[in-house]
Structures are given as structure tokens and as C-alpha cells.
Design a protein around this ligand. Structure first.
Ligand code: HEM
Length: 482
């Protein structure tokens, strides 16, 4: 076939496939009132266009263009499935709470993470969710706060002190990974996190890849990393199980022992393999998201001297009541109220997770439109976070808007999602972020090396250069207790 004729064929296919698909869909769902919009090409649909918008950080405009064209409910096709984009707080509530919707995971994530909270359903889901959530609840976390404190100080001493410039993204990732390993694995967390850090980066990177196992693809690298992580954690879990059975460790020591103790009480029936898979989920879900928050806090604060000043005062006041080197307590963290408002404003403007996907388990209706069984529904957090109806002057970075949180209508501020699948790690993220900020703002001043550094969402937000900053250590009298 000549070049011209193959191009002609490609052009004809490009024209006719969407038309054909449109006719097939129309026929199959002739009695349905489907939302407006187009499903685009089979499999690809609007995925490339949405991913490109995320990468260029133009996703808000991308959604707005759709809303202008089709209204607040529209159909499209992303990540291999017909999908309905729903917008606004009522849509957030619907997606987070409707019982006919189940959590959607990419096929790649399923293969990489295994049989976790994300893949089970019914009674088993309730049991696993409650077990995982109970390990991350405030009264358990309050016992681990000294570990977070220790990890933050060690990290700062090793990676920040004595440096004139640092690149924040890799350091924030390393810090949050070390903290989560320390809280999940207890005493021997150091070598565990050393061994798994690189493989986890590869695994997380592969969760949105095309799930075809061809050598050297991201998916293939992710699978190999996931196998190594699983083998390593399985070995540790087995050792902990044996130690626990012999009474050599207690349920308060680490996540594995805690899960074995719950199992012995009949709270859940997970195998060692399942417990390992859930540990992989918690690690994967927890470290990158929190590192985004710390990164963007540092980015905003570099340009907001008044906000940084108020925050520093809050931390100095807390430090004044402590002995030198005394670790932070739960009570200290509860007093970091202004800092958490600054963090919430950061989460509003740069939510680490771009949206929530669910899959319908039967035909459902939303605002008069039918959404067939097996389709996805999707909401993007940024749509309510940047809507001037809910947040006055939404592009302005203004933590004061969180002074009166009851003025924010329900389901408008949803960085941690909502409903029964709301992030169980929200308190964990809050605590580690506040501990990290306590030591950073008291020990350093910093300037952005590149004032106009853009960021992309890949799919988590990330400054394109990794946020290099110039550091200046505060004098000992300025940070006597840090
Ligand atoms: C700033 C940090 C964080 C943000 C913004 C965040 C955000 C989210 C969101 C939006 C969801 C729900 C997604 C949906 O509804 O589709 C979620 C789920 C989840 N998060 Fe987080 N997260 C953060 C930190 C953490 C941490 C530190 C952990 C663990 C220690 C964690 C563990 C999880 C788990 C296990 C799920 C799945 C829950 C389920 O399927 O029921 N997250 N997170």
C-alpha cells in the first residue's frame, strides 16, 4: 500500500470510527437518556487529551470547556471506559456516597497492588476498611508521633543542614516514605525503607500505565518492582507473625502484628498475602500525596512572607514551652491551627489527587440522565475548589478563608474525598505535615531558585524542576530549640 493510500485509510478510519461508535452506542442505549458528549475513539477516548491537560496544568480550563459545551453532566471515555463527568458539590456527594457506585482502579493498579482494600467488596470491604482505618486513627497515631518527630529531625540533619540549595521534590518524597515505613514497620523501618524506596517510585509511576506486559515498558518495570516489594514484605510479615505467636511482640509494635492481632479476634480474615497487599496500598497511597502537600507548602511560603511569619510565630510559641530536643507531642500538633489552615489552602489550590472515579454496578440516574451499568463516573476536585461561588477570589492564596470553616458549603472542599471511602490517612497526613513544617520553618529561610517554576500533574502535581530552593540556616539564637 502506498504512503498516500495508507494515510487516506487512516484518515477515513479517524472519521468513521467515532461515527460508528456513536451509532452503536445510540442503538444499544436507544431507550436511555444518555448525557451529552462524545465517547471518542475506542479505548483512547479523551484519555490523551485529559492527561495532556493535566500535564500542562490546564485541566481546570479543560473541564470548563466541556461544561461550556455540554453542561455540568457530560459523557466521554477515559482510561478505557465510557465515563460521565459530574460537576459541583452535589455531584461530589453523589460520587462519594452512592451505594450503586464502586471504587474504580486502573487495571495496572490492580495488577501492581494486588488484593487490597481497593479490590474487595461487601462484608470483606467493611472489615478491611475498618482494620486499616483503625491503625491510622488519631489515638494510635498519637503513640507514633515521636517516631514522626525522630524521622523528620534525622531527615533534616542528613539532607538539609549544611546545604546551600536543595531540591524539594525528591527530599519530600523520601521523608514521607521514611515516616510511613517507620509507623508501619516499627523498629526495623530504616533498612526496610532503604530497600523499597526506589521500587516504590517505580510502582507508583506505573499505576496509570497501559497494562500490557512488554519488556522495558513502565508497566513491566512496575510489575517487577511490585514482585520484589511483595517478596521482601512477605518475608518480614512471616517473621512478625512467628514472633507474635511466640509472644515476642505486641499488637502496638507495627502494622503486621496489629493486623494479626485483629485477625485472631475475628475482626477480619485476611491472609498474610492480603495483609502485605494492603500494606503496599497504604504505602503507595500515603507517601506521594503527602510529599505533594509539603512541596507546595514550601513553594507557596517562599512567596508569602506574611503568612510564613504568622506560621513561624505559631511554631516558636510551641517551642518556647518545650525543653531542647524534646519531641513534639499530640498536644503540640493540635495547637498548630494556623499552619493547618495554610496546609488546607495549599490542598484547595493544588489537590494532590486530581479526581475520584467510581464504576456503576447497575443502571443509575443522575439529574435526569441515565448512566448505564459498567460505566465510570468521575468528579474533579479542582472544579469546586476553584469555583468563585464557593471560594471568593479562588486563585488567591489566602489561608484566612479557613478561619470560619462552617462558611464553606459541604462537599466543596474535598482534598481527601468524602463518604465511606474518604481517605483514611487524612490525620496521618495532617500530623506528619505539621511536624515537618515545625522543624523546617524554625530552622531555615528559603528562596525559590526559579521564581516562575511551573508545575505539571503527572498525575500528581509536581514542579517541573523538582523545586530547587536556596537555603539559609537560621542562627542558633533564632532556633534555639529546633
Ligand atoms: C495530603 C495527603 C493525602 C491526600 C490529599 C489524600 C487523598 C486521598 C483521596 C482523595 C482518597 C479517596 C479517593 C477517592 O475517593 O476516589 C484517598 C484514599 C486513600 N488514602 Fe489518602 N490521601 C493522602 C494521604 C494519605 C496517607 C498518609 C495515607 C496512609 C497513611 C493514605 C491512605 C489512603 C488509602 C488506603 C486510601 C484508599 C481508601 C479506600 O479505598 O477506602 N492517604 N486519599
Amino acid at each position: 500500500m502506498s504512503m498516500d493510500s495508507s494515510m487516506l485509510l487512516a484518515l477515513l478510519l479517524a472519521l468513521f470510527i467515532p461515527i460508528l461508535l456513536h451509532l452503536v452506542t445510540r442503538r444499544k442505549y436507544s431507550s436511555y437518556n444518555l448525557p451529552p458528549g462524545s465517547l471518542g475513539f475506542p479505548l483512547i477516548g479523551q484519555s490523551i487529551s485529559l492527561l495532556r491537560a493535566l500535564r500542562n496544568n490546564t485541566d481546570y480550563q479543560w473541564y470548563q470547556d466541556r461544561i461550556k459545551k455540554y453542561g455540568p453532566v457530560s459523557k466521554m471515555s477515559v482510561f478505557g471506559s465510557p465515563t460521565v463527568l459530574l460537576t459541583g458539590p452535589a455531584a461530589n456527594h453523589f460520587v462519594f456516597s452512592n451505594q450503586d457506585l464502586i471504587f474504580t482502579q486502573t487495571k495496572a493498579a490492580n495488577a501492581l497492588i494486588g488484593r487490597s482494600l481497593l479490590t474487595v467488596s461487601g462484608e470483606e470491604l467493611k472489615q478491611v476498611r475498618s482494620a486499616v482505618q483503625s491503625y491510622l486513627r488519631p489515638d494510635v497515631l498519637s503513640k507514633f508521633i515521636w517516631k514522626m518527630d525522630e524521622e523528620v529531625r534525622k531527615h533534616i540533619d542528613q539532607n538539609w543542614v549544611g546545604h546551600k540549595t536543595v531540591t524539594v521534590v525528591p527530599l519530600a518524597r523520601r521523608l514521607t516514605f521514611n515516616i510511613i515505613c517507620s509507623v508501619l514497620f516499627g523498629q526495623e523501618a530504616g533498612p526496610i525503607s532503604e530497600t523499597m524506596a526506589t521500587d516504590f517510585g517505580t510502582l507508583v509511576q506505573a499505576t496509570l500505565s497501559i497494562p500490557v506486559n512488554i519488556p522495558f515498558t513502565n508497566f513491566n518495570k512496575g510489575l517487577r518492582a511490585s514482585r520484589r516489594i511483595r517478596k521482601f514484605l512477605r518475608q518480614i510479615a512471616r517473621e512478625r507473625e512467628a514472633a507474635w505467636k511466640q509472644g515476642h511482640c505486641s499488637s502496638a509494635d507495627d502494622f503486621f502484628t496489629y493486623m494479626f492481632a485483629l485477625r485472631s479476634q475475628g475482626t477480619h480474615f485476611l491472609t498474610v498475602e492480603d495483609i502485605v497487599d494492603n500494606a503496599i496500598l497504604i504505602l503507595g497511597a500515603g507517601y506521594e500525596t503527602s510529599s505533594v502537600l509539603i512541596t507546595f507548602l514550601l513553594r507557596y511560603l517562599a512567596n508569602e512572607p506574611d503568612i510564613l511569619g504568622k506560621m513561624t510565630e505559631e511554631h516558636e510559641e510551641i517551642a518556647r514551652n518545650k525543653r531542647p530536643n524534646e519531641p513534639l507531642t499530640w498536644d503540640d500538633v493540635s495547637r498548630m491551627k494556623y499552619t493547618w489552615k495554610v496546609a488546607m489552602e495549599t490542598l484547595r489550590t493544588v489537590p494532590p489527587i486530581f479526581g475520584s472515579f467510581r464504576t456503576t454496578i447497575k443502571d443509575i440516574e443522575y439529574q435526569g440522565y441515565h448512566i448505564p451499568k459498567g460505566w465510570q463516573v468521575f468528579t474533579a476536585q479542582i472544579l469546586t475548589h476553584l469555583d468563585p461561588k464557593f471560594f471568593y477570589d479562588p486563585r488567591k492564596f489566602d489561608p484566612a478563608r479557613f478561619h470560619n470553616q462552617s462558611s464553606i458549603p459541604p462537599y466543596c472542599f474535598v482534598p481527601f474525598g468524602g463518604g465511606p471511602r474518604m481517605c483514611p490517612g487524612n490525620e496521618f497526613a495532617r500530623t506528619e505535615t505539621l511536624v515537618a513544617m515545625h522543624y523546617l520553618v524554625r530552622q531555615f529561610r528559603w528562596k525559590l531558585c526559579c521564581k516562575e517554576e511551573n508545575y505539571r500533574k503527572d498525575p500528581t502535581p509536581m514542579p517541573v524542576l523538582g523545586l530547587p530552593i536556596e537555603l539559609e540556616a537560621k542562627s542558633p539564637s533564632e532556633c534555639a530549640r529546633a
